[in-house]
Design a protein around this ligand. Structure first.
Ligand code: EPU
Length: 429
């Protein structure tokens, strides 16, 4: 654990003091597939509004290892794949990052082969890759696994379009096969696709640059494969991060008199806005912003939260919502339907004073409101890490959070941005 891997949070002991504005960054989960999409281009692709976070740096490093040249100017990245060589993802980096799997589709489609390790990442459950291996096999690839690396090859250097039915809606799998289909021979039909806005954003960008895709925004995508794409203006603007915006809404509900969240897309926030409003939060929806205000003597009501694919309640906000529910009156129920290892944070919240019962890997109840007390905690993944930060902010006393690199994977300079709101969050140096 290095020194900058720790945050020290001074709790407000339930006070709602903050009045301020916070801007939402570009979406991590849109930027990652956008970077991968540059593998489909014969000319440099420029991305704007890219968040400056660890996951983007890691994916960039993987691309550089494949021969890319990447130039960066603050939040603008230009990716040039013209010197692409090889098709092997660096084992150590790819193992640390689940999202590295997204490179496999466009690489296999462009190079006719790809070599990669089983991807790792945040500890939130099993995270198998069977949908990928099955889909590539259906598109004509042969799969081998030697010495911990998958080797996928094609007989004639190409993937071939076919019909793929995903047994389960899956975000990165949908994106990976959308990308693969753009360079595959013939027509690829993807059924039971996920509907997350990041997928539509990726598809719209590809269409803008010449790809032939129909059905965007529905569960069936049809892609007619063709040659490498040529980048056009405007290039690719990463959409606002709906999970970051949702995180700030929960933050506002817990610590703010008024928090104005700007640079967001309220249409992508319906589930979280609906839940917070049902609990009694006062939210005003603007054009590219939302405002959350405290009401005098506000006491939130308990809720039932069931995570669901978009447009349902996002699993990525479940840990943060758990913190909110510790402050709601009555018995709240949590049902995590997407991952089977994503309730671990509740044990830590219990150590901080929350009244939680974990019934199984998917279900728990939280009885509130309970005051929380500061503790020393270890962040197990990105979203649980931010949940501890929120819990620390409403707690009494000091909370020390280790393993902050998990939070840095997805939230840019979170300590600085929270300090700018007047919150006491320091990185230990
Ligand atoms: N699944 C399989 N087999 C596969 C692939 C997925 O069974 O081959 C299962 C998963 O185990 C899970 C379900 O399908 O039970 C859905 O997972 P999905 O594939 O949709 O997740 P993902 O694409 O790996 C993305 C986000 C996650 C987010 C999930 C769900 C990115 C880079 N990651 O992951 O984001 O939790 O969708 O919305 O887009 C985060 O940002 O903190 C994060 C983990």
């Amino acid at each position: 654990m290095n020194e900058t891997d720790t945050l020290v949070v001074e709790g407000l002991n339930g006070a709602r003091k903050i009045k301020g504005t916070i801007a939402v960054n570009g979406s991590k989960n849109d930027a990652l597939p956008a970077l991968a999409s540059s593998l489909l281009f014969q000319s440099p692709l420029t991305l704007t509004n890219v968040p400056e976070i660890e996951d983007i740096e890691r994916l960039s490093t993987l691309l550089i290892g494949l021969g890319f040249s990447i130039t960066k100017d603050k939040k603008t990245l230009t990716l040039d794949a013209s010197q692409l060589h090889g098709a092997t993802l660096d084992r150590d980096i790819a193992k640390k990052m689940r999202a590295s799997i997204i490179l496999t589709g466009p690489l296999l489609a462009r190079q006719g082969e790809v070599h990669f390790p089983h991807p790792g990442g945040c500890v939130i459950g099993e995270r198998p890759i069977d949908l990928f291996l099955d889909g590539f096999t259906q598109m004509g690839a042969k799969v081998n696994n030697r010495a911990g690396m998958y080797h996928l090859t094609t007989a004639d250097g190409h993937l071939h379009g076919t019909e793929i039915f995903f047994r389960q809606q899956a975000v990165t799998a949908t994106e990976t096969f959308l990308l693969a289909g753009v360079l595959a021979r013939g027509r690829t039909i993807l059924k039971n696709c996920a509907l997350e806005p990041e997928i539509t954003s990726l598809g719209n960008c590809l269409v803008h640059h010449g790809a032939k895709i129909s059905g965007l925004g529905t569960t069936t995508l049809v892609i007619d494969g063709g040659p490498l794409l040529t980048a056009k203006n405007p290039t690719y603007e990463i959409i606002p991060d709906r999970i970051e915006a949702g995180s700030f809404l929960i933050l506002g509900a817990l610590v703010a008199r008024e928090l104005i969240i700007t640079d967001c897309e309220p249409e992508h926030l319906e589930a979280i806005i609906f839940c917070l409003q049902s609990a009694g939060a006062k939210i005003e929806i603007g054009k590219k912003q939302v405002i959350i205000r405290a009401t005098p003597r506000q006491s939130y009501r308990a809720l039932t939260i069931k995570t669901h694919e978009y447009p349902g309640f996002p699993t990525d906000l479940q840990a943060l919502m758990s913190v909110f529910l510790t402050q709601a009156r009555g018995e709240s129920r949590l049902f995590e339907t997407i991952f089977e290892g994503r309730l671990g944070h509740l044990e830590t919240l219990a150590r901080m004073g929350a009244n939680v019962s974990i019934h199984n890997q998917h279900q728990a109840t939280i009885v509130g409101p309970t005051p929380l007390v500061g503790r020393t905690v270890i962040s197990p993944d990105l979203r649980a890490g931010l949940a501890y930060l929120l819990a620390g902010l409403i707690a009494k006393g000091q909370t020390v959070i280790h393993n902050v690199h998990y939070i840095d994977r997805g939230y840019e300079r979170i300590d600085e941005r929270l300090r700018a709101l007047g919150l006491d969050v320091k990185r230990q140096h």
